[in-house]
Design a protein around this ligand. Structure first.
Ligand SMILES: [Zn+2]
Length: 307
């Protein structure tokens, strides 16, 4: 059986929110089978629970934000990506502010935290969401066109193309493909950082955004080059970060997905729209589990055995 997984023990991190700049403590705790990934705002008088679900996403400007009755947790996508990449089904995420800490701007710190705590298999089968018919969303036309698509695939793979007119991005390759069954998530995807422009930082800060952002937690560019002293972590780090984000956004469907995702200039908003479109069409997906490891997609049983 391919079993559900959670943490072996709890683990903690302290950081700042990318947009709020506020100090935030994060505690990751083991959770029972079929809990899913659940955020809890523990700084409020009455702690508020926010399950990580596509239908709870309320704001997708620059990050994916979950809301419940006026209470928010924002920038969930990098932690969600790490959970997807490591195959974690059940997790309680206690957080003391509105925003998940940005840490180094990638999912690498979350991967390190989760791996250090260790993972355990649970006595329940993983329930995969298998896409059975193509689903697509499109926005804009011409140079404003964006789209994202899910198609049936025995496994989980993603292809992402960005179109960014900037010398550093053009030089870096704008299309990346990644197959989760390769077992290379931690090495190839998790370390890719978020990115932005120095000239936007001032405008964002005047709106109270990007207050915690800087060269320690983002790739920052001027009009011609990357400003970080150490340069890029990968030649194609920009497109790889979009794969990282998409994995986090898609994991909000509440299950590991069996599908081929492809996207052109998509982002948090369109990824969320794609999930809502999928969930609105029950004939386009089914929930399945694998009683034998042999029937699971390539690499998935190894991913389980690694823990
Ligand atoms: Zn991101």
């Amino acid at each position: 059986m391919i079993a559900q997984r959670t943490l072996k023990t709890l683990t903690r991190a302290v950081g700042v929110g990318l947009h709020s700049g506020a100090r935030v403590e994060l505690t990751l705790r083991p959770a029972a089978p079929d809990t899913g990934i659940v955020f809890r705002r523990t700084d409020l008088n009455e702690p508020v629970t926010l399950p990580a679900r596509a239908t709870s996403v309320s704001d997708t400007r620059r990050a994916s934000t979950l809301s419940s009755g006026g209470v928010k947790v924002s920038t969930v996508e990098h932690l969600m990506s790490a959970c997807c990449g490591l195959g974690i089904d059940n997790l309680l995420v206690d957080i003391t502010a509105e925003e998940v800490p940005i840490l180094d701007g990638s999912a690498a710190s979350f991967v390190y935290l989760l791996q250090s705590a260790g993972l355990v298999q649970q006595n329940a089968a993983r329930r995969f969401l298998r896409v059975t018919r193509p689903v697509e969303v499109r926005q804009g036309e011409g140079r404003h066109l964006k789209w994202a698509r899910l198609e049936p695939y025995h496994g989980f793979k993603l292809g992402f193309e960005i179109e960014f007119e900037h010398p550093a991005v053009s030089a870096s390759g704008q299309r990346v493909e990644f197959d989760l069954g390769s077992g290379q998530y931690a090495r190839e995807i998790a370390r890719a950082r978020t990115f932005g422009f120095a000239r936007d930082v001032e405008a964002l800060r005047s709106q109270g955004l990007a207050l915690g952002g800087g060269l320690d937690n983002a790739i920052v560019m001027d009009d011609v080059k990357v400003l970080n002293a150490d340069g890029l972590r990968f030649a194609d780090e920009f497109a790889k970060h979009k794969i990282l984000d998409a994995m986090g956004d898609l994991y909000l469907v509440g299950h590991p997905m069996l599908a081929a995702y492809s996207a052109y200039r998509s982002g948090h908003a369109l990824n969320n729209l794609l999930l809502r479109e999928l969930l609105a069409q029950p004939d386009c997906y089914e929930l399945i589990s694998f009683e034998s490891e042999r029937s699971a997609p390539r690499g998935f049983a190894q991913l389980a055995a690694a823990w």
